[in-house]
Design a protein. Structure first.
Length: 118
């Protein structure tokens, strides 16, 4: 493992713990630097997310920031959506996912560059 992997993982953990979707950092690192196929990078990112999410959830719950009764419907729908998305991603294949992810990152970058908060 190289030092850049540690930096990317650490940055991903911080951004993910803030609820900002740090997986983009890790997926970009794995696909661009380590040449890991997109679908495999997404799977690794999901595994990475589990302990990060659990630790952030414990801390946010202790701080009184999580309102469990209000989020249960979101959790149920999120689990169903995640399962459906995983099957859909597998059906799409690596080539399409790589291109779709690149377009997504580009669009978000352009949006933030020109229309982000000043």
């Amino acid at each position: 493992m190289n030092f850049l992997l540690y930096i990317a993982s650490f940055a991903t953990g911080i951004v993910a713990s803030l609820g900002l979707g740090g997986g983009m950092i890790l997926i970009l690192y794995m696909t661009l630097i380590d040449n890991i196929p997109q679908i495999k990078a997404q799977g690794i990112n999901l595994l990475f997310f589990i302990p990060v999410a659990v630790s952030a959830l414990v801390i946010h719950t202790k701080s009184g920031l999580v309102k469990w009764k209000k989020i249960i419907p979101s959790v149920v729908c999120g689990i169903i959506g995640a399962a459906g998305g995983a099957f859909l991603a597998k059906a799409m294949g690596n080539s399409f996912l790589t291109k779709a992810f690149a377009v997504f990152v580009l669009v978000i970058g352009i949006k933030e560059l020109f229309w982000g908060k000043k």
